[in-house]
Structures are given as C-alpha cells and as structure tokens.
Unconditional design. Sequence first.
Length: 142
Amino acid sequence: MGDPPESYRLDSYSETISIIDRARVVPGNALASELYRKIIGYSQPRMPFNGPPFLSDIEINRIAQWINEGARDEKGTKAPKITGARIRLHGVLNKRWALNGLELIIDSETRIIKNPKPGNYVRVRGRIDANAAVIVEKIKRK
C-alpha cells in the first residue's frame, strides 16, 4: 500500500493531533483543520485517497464535532491549544477572505500572490492564533 501521503499517519491519537510538521487538526475549529477539509472535499485530494467510497455525512459530522469540541482523547481530555502552530490549507474563497466559510485573518504582513478572488481555488499558509483562528502569512491563487 505504501507510505501515507506527506507521512501523515492516523494510527494513533498522538499522530493525528501532532503539530511536528504542521497542524492538521485545530482543536476547536474543524474548518481550520486540514484533516476535516480533506475528508469533506474542500481540499484536494479528498480523503480517503483510495476512495470512493468516501466517509458518510454522519461520519464526517462526527469528526467535525470531535474537532470542534476540542479533539478529546480516550479519557475525555481536550487536546492542548496549538497557538503559533503552522498550518497549510487549500480551498475555494467564497467571499473576499473566507475559505469555504472559514474566516481568515489578513493583515499588513500577509503576502497575497496572483490576486485571489472569490471563486478561486487557493493555497493558504499561516499560523494558528490563541482562538484557533488562522492568521494568514501567504495566500496564493492556484
């Protein structure tokens, strides 16, 4: 079967919430979580990579709820905050600075490349703030 794409493993809780390379689960914010965005199809390629079939709406909603409620472990303990963690997201701008409904924080230091507009598929790189929001460092139209 081969190695998982980008070496992202879901074999354990610690691997699922790891931020070693970048955050893929943002506790408290499913829309900012790369894992959720890939299983719902906002980010390509969609997970599972060998699908279809893909996860059902019920399964996707269960994962979103788990993330939004703090990505709790098997003991019910919320995952630690990941303030400052790097993030990389893909998706469609559906209004000036929202990525599939996720409001993005754009400031004077944000690099805007290829003039992305609503309806464009874009790549976002940034960091997570203390409220689990995405502070954009770079946004690029693909």
